[in-house]
Design a protein around this ligand. Sequence first.
Ligand code: UDP
Length: 165
Amino acid sequence: GGIAGMRCVKALQLTLAVVKPDAVAHPLILEALHKKILENFIIVRKKDLTWRTEESERFYAEHAGRFFYQRLVEFMSSGPMRAYILAREDAITHWRGMMGPTKVFRARFTSSDTLRGQYGLTDTRNTTHGSDSVESAKREISCFFPEFNADEWMLRKEPCFRLGL
Ligand code: UDP
């Protein structure tokens, strides 16, 4: 009994997941990713959108000056994307694990069962994005879903389909 006997229930965590333009362009890949997401997370919000170049530049500002920055910025504003707010225990780590390594060569040969391992085309066109920390999840969620209030959502924890979104 007492605290020692209590089952430890970990808290729900939110993360931002993005299906990048290369994967959205292929309906079967988009469908496969969506199905895997449904099996693993509560979908809190879902939104299809296309970035202007400036939005892409702002989102990846931390990479400004890297050799792949220009290519990345152009790619991310090249066509429609799908953004999700996802919830589960350890959502950030779980989604990053499902995505796999950034570089497509590593993903293919060391993690062929990951999303990038299966569907990644190049180091830039690598199917998905996922927040890498609690702080970046917070920042990135508000970037894609400025109207979303995490504290308010945590009170009811309603998935988007039940809200009719
Ligand atoms: N990227 C690239 N070339 C590289 C490394 C990264 O084009 O050599 C792109 C790729 O699309 C990646 C994004 O830049 O997803 C952000 O890079 P980061 O290192 O943050 O990787 P991630 O967190 O997405 O795995």
